[in-house]
Design a protein around this ligand. Structure first.
Ligand code: ADP
Ligand code: ZN
Length: 213
């Protein structure tokens, strides 16, 4: 199964992708994580990407395609994958169609006011990438690896607002694009990632049944 997770920044794509990866054993491919890895390692690609990410803008398509194609070429993607954060504009959607057939685009629908609150209350583990909501969380270390949690540079309020603008102008049109292609599945974001996953799971188990028949 080739799955795309689609949604506004902070809609919880990463949290759903982690759950899908555990249950369906599909590699979780996040272009955002790949860029952060490159930034941490100070690669030429990381240097380019950082500028755009810290302004809340999209990284230009060429470096995005490069990073994505290299990742999809690895053997673990042979039997499917979950894309998180790609595609984010029309040109990327068209490019993706050239390289791969997508079985479903799961759109996590969440209100814009909720997104702002979530992003500014989010922290991540710099070591293992696990995402935490700091609402009602009192410890500042990762449950899995013990590292100190950090706020992403681009989760600061001004950058969050810019990311939302970028999403509305460049990414949101893809909802119609995939609806027209009849592969869009909309899931209303629940009160928790586990609650949302119940709905995501239903969609995927139906799809995997169909693909087995
Ligand atoms: P979120 O979905 O919460 O915004 P991500 O980790 O997916 O977070 O992305 C962080 C940033 O990385 C984006 O704001 C953007 O600058 C850059 N980025 C990630 N994926 C893409 C992409 N497909 N095209 C262009 N830029 C991207
Ligand atoms: Zn960790």
């Amino acid at each position: 199964m080739n799955i795309v997770l689609f949604g506004a920044p902070g809609s919880g794509k990463g949290s759903q992708a982690t759950r899908i990866n555990k249950k369906y054993n599909l590699p979780h491919i996040s272009t955002g994580d790949l860029f952060r890895e490159n930034i941490n390692n100070n690669t030429p690609l990381g240097v380019i990407a950082k500028e755009f990410i810290n302004r809340g803008e999209l990284v230009p398509d060429e470096p995005v395609f490069e990073i994505l194609k290299n990742r999809l070429a690895l053997p673990d993607c042979k039997n499917g994958y979950v894309l998180d954060g790609f595609p984010r504009n029309l040109a990327q959607a068209i490019e993706l169609e050239k390289i791969s057939k997508i079985d479903a685009v799961i759109f996590i629908d969440v209100s814009m006011s909720e997104i702002e609150i979530r992003a500014i209350n989010r922290k991540i583990c710099p070591t293992c990438g696990k995402i935490y909501s700091m609402v009602e969380r009192y410890t500042q270390v990762c449950d899995d690896c013990g590292s100190d949690l950090i706020q992403r540079e681009d989760d600061k309020i001004d950058v969050v607002r810019n990311r939302i603008k970028t999403y509305l102008s460049q990414s949101e049109p893809l909802i119609k694009y995939y609806r027209d292609r009849k592969i869009l599945k909309t899931v209303l974001s629940g009160n928790s990632a586990d609650e949302t996953f119940v709905e995501v799971d239903k969609i995927l188990s139906n799809l995997s049944k169909k693909s087995r028949n």
